[in-house]
Structure formats: C-alpha cells, structure tokens
Design a protein. Structure first.
Length: 132
C-alpha cells in the first residue's frame, strides 16, 4: 500500500491526524505500507513508515507500479494509479467527483477527511481485498 498524502494545495493534503490513523491501521492489519513524499516535501510529524522519491513523473509512476493499492488526495497519483490498473482510493476535503479517475468514481473508492475513520478504513480494506 502506498499513501501519497500531499497535494500542491496544502489544504487538500491528508490531515496528519487521519494519516496517523491510516498508518496505525495498516500496521495493525500487517499490511506493508509506505507514505510517499516527493523530494522537498516535509514529512508529517508523526511516527510512520515513509520514503522519499525524486520529484519527477518517472519516479512517481515507478512508485505507483510498485504498489498494490494507491491512497491519495491528489489527482496525478490518482490518475496514474488508475492508468496502471492499481486500485486507487481517493481522500478529499469535500465530496469531489469531477476530477476522479473513472474506476474510482464508478466503484465509490472515495472518502472525505471528515468521514468516520472506521468507514474510511473499512472501504480501503475492502478495496484492497476485492482487487487481490
């Protein structure tokens, strides 16, 4: 599982509290996961498993190809995940549909930052299991 928590618009980035909850849940479920930061991004100030990748298209694409599931709040990783046929779960501040990858939209693989964490976690887990 790869989590891409940042967006070019800071207010659209996954909040640290939610990122910490996701990290703890992936760890509890014994899912291999990484929170992926692009070169120059500051990692969240929480304990989590993360890696840096160069800030270029090729590195991002390779990172996504190396994942079983993409969790993101940003359109580029979302569309690359969809293009590379990786299950892609999108977290947003508001219910946004207009930019979502088609498979994410069609199968409801989305959540909002303010949704109950149990609901988000359950949908992400079901996404991973259904594509395995």
């Amino acid at each position: 599982v790869k989590v891409y928590p940042n967006s070019s618009h800071r207010k659209k980035s996954i909040p640290e509290k939610l990122l910490l909850q996701l990290s703890r849940e992936f760890h509890r479920l014994n899912l291999g996961y990484k929170v992926v930061y692009l070169e120059g991004e500051k990692p969240a100030d929480i304990p989590h498993n993360y890696e840096f990748i160069p800030r270029n298209f090729s590195s991002l694409n390779h990172s996504i190809l190396d994942s079983r599931l993409v969790v993101t709040c940003d359109s580029l990783p979302a569309h690359l995940g969809n293009f590379n046929m990786r299950p892609t779960f999108v977290l947003t501040r508001n219910r946004e549909k207009y930019w979502l990858p088609l498979s994410t939209y069609e199968y409801g693989l989305t959540g909002c930052f303010h949704d109950k964490f149990e609901d988000i976690s359950d949908r992400i887990y079901k996404t991973l299991v259904s594509y395995s």
